[in-house]
Design a protein around this ligand. Structure first.
Ligand code: ATP
Ligand code: MG
Length: 408
């Protein structure tokens, strides 16, 4: 893409009302736009990042048999009333024009919705197990919405739900999901600790969170320095420097960001909607459910918190909106190199704007695309200056050599 086609522009200074690094850098780089507290639009560059994260999540969910769907966002009040969740305080309720009372709520989670849908399709044990997921906008009235994408009032979530004949089968699948989540976070370039956590709103039994270490994280977690076993402080007896309950190694206290959460739900939602099946003996039984979330937009914010320096963002290659940022300086024509990169299958952003080298370099550092390629009269015909965003050194190489390096 030619940078002159982007309708967004970078900003030299951070918006005054944003304190979180992720919000400051993503706003300055032209990735997101804050509409109101905790509510962001994804601008073209930011949407590309979201699409890259979503693609990784989709591939890993598909690999464990999840089928993608898209559920409604407007929910009649009988859904949450059936499970006693209509009055949960983060739920946004909707009053239709002319009405006095809300008769619906908007998308905060979908256990009720999919449990009810499943009653139409599940009849026998032969219809189970199955798992379905969506990537969809969620709305929650978060009182503290000061962390940029880490805590939105409107945010993108991947939610997967699974349906089983027994607890045993649920826990078998639960382990598969945990493995798939590990792959998702690894592919995104993040180290996420698999952490024992409390039951929460959805379930009585323990749940597990995926926690990424960060000083701005809202969670406190104890992680074993030897075996990486981790517990959220809310359920943990551990102390900083104390012994790991699994291996005796030293537990370390960290601040962390919850990027994912998996829940064994049992039969609460099935019971509320009469979701039953006939077992092999011909008896009716409640379906056993699990639910599994990943904060897609929170992941984007987390990546910026983990991967930035004083100049801007450093996107991991799998997530970056483009692989290469081509800068044409001092009147050089970048078009031939741009075409050649595209022909070679490199996703490239071509800075074709009328701007000084200093402005172009500063923007490239801010936007954080992994490879920077400079063409200029100084670099010379047929050659480019190649630099990784994460490294200080640049080198001047023939274009073919640059292509080889970028494509590994
Ligand atoms: P938290 O404990 O952070 O409030 P939660 O436990 O309420 O989150 P879940 O309902 O488990 O969240 O949602 C699944 C995932 O969605 C979370 O692991 C998190 O990554 C993400 N998420 C939850 N709330 C938000 C939010 N307000 N903004 C952005 N992402 C969120
Ligand atoms: Mg949670």
């Amino acid at each position: 893409m030619r940078q002159s086609q982007l309708f967004t522009k970078t900003q030299k200074t951070a918006p005054k009302d944003e304190t979180a690094q992720n919000a400051q850098l993503l706003t300055r780089g032209g990735f997101i736009y804050k509409n109101s507290a905790g509510v962001y639009s994804f601008l073209p560059l930011g949407w590309q990042v979201i699409k890259n994260i979503s693609q990784i999540v989709r591939e890993e969910m598909d690999a464990i048999g999840g089928t993608e769907m898209l559920m409604s966002a407007l929910h009649d009040k009988h859904y949450l009333q059936a499970t006693g969740r209509w009055d949960v305080d983060v739920v946004y309720k909707v009053i239709a024009g002319g009405d006095k009372e809300p008769a619906a709520n908007i998308s905060w989670t979908h256990e009720e919705i999919l449990a009810e849908i499943a009653t139409k399709y599940v009849n026998s044990y032969k219809d189970l197990p199955f798992a379905a997921y969506q990537i969809q906008t969620k709305f929650r009235h978060e009182p503290r919405a000061k962390s940029g994408l880490l805590r939105g009032r409107e945010f993108l979530m991947k939610d997967l739900y699974s349906f089983h004949v027994s607890e045993d089968d649920l826990y078998r699948y639960y382990a598969n999901v945990a493995e798939a989540y590990k792959k998702v976070f690894e592919r995104c370039g993040l180290k996420a600790y698999y952490t024992l956590a409390a039951g929460g709103d959805f379930t009585v039994s323990n749940t597990h969170e995926f926690q990424v270490e960060s000083p701005v994280g809202e969670d406190t977690v104890y992680v074993c320095t030897k075996c990486e076993y981790a517990e959220n402080k809310e359920v943990s007896q551990a102390k900083d420097g104390g012994a790991c309950p699994k291996c005796g190694g030293a537990m370390r206290e960290i601040k962390s960001i919850e990027v994912g959460n998996i829940f064994p739900l049992g039969t609460k939602y099935s019971k509320a909607f009469g979701l039953t099946f006939t077992n092999e003996k011909g008896e009716r039984q409640d379906v056993v459910m699990g639910s599994y979330g990943i904060g897609i937009s929170r992941l984007m914010g987390t990546l910026v918190e983990v991967y930035h320096d004083e100049k801007g963002i450093l996107w991991p290659e799998a997530i970056a909106p483009f692989n290469a940022h081509l800068l044409a300086l001092n009147g050089a024509d970048g078009a031939p190199v741009y075409d050649a990169l595209q022909t070679a299958g490199v996703k490239v952003l071509y800075d074709d704007r009328e701007a000084t080298p200093g402005e172009k370099f500063a923007d490239a550092d801010l936007m954080g695309i992994p490879w920077r390629i400079v063409v200029s009269p100084k670099v010379g015909e047929g050659k480019v200056e190649l630099k990784r965003r994460a490294e200080a050194e640049s080198r001047i190489v023939d274009f073919d050599e640059a292509l080889r390096i970028i494509k590994h």
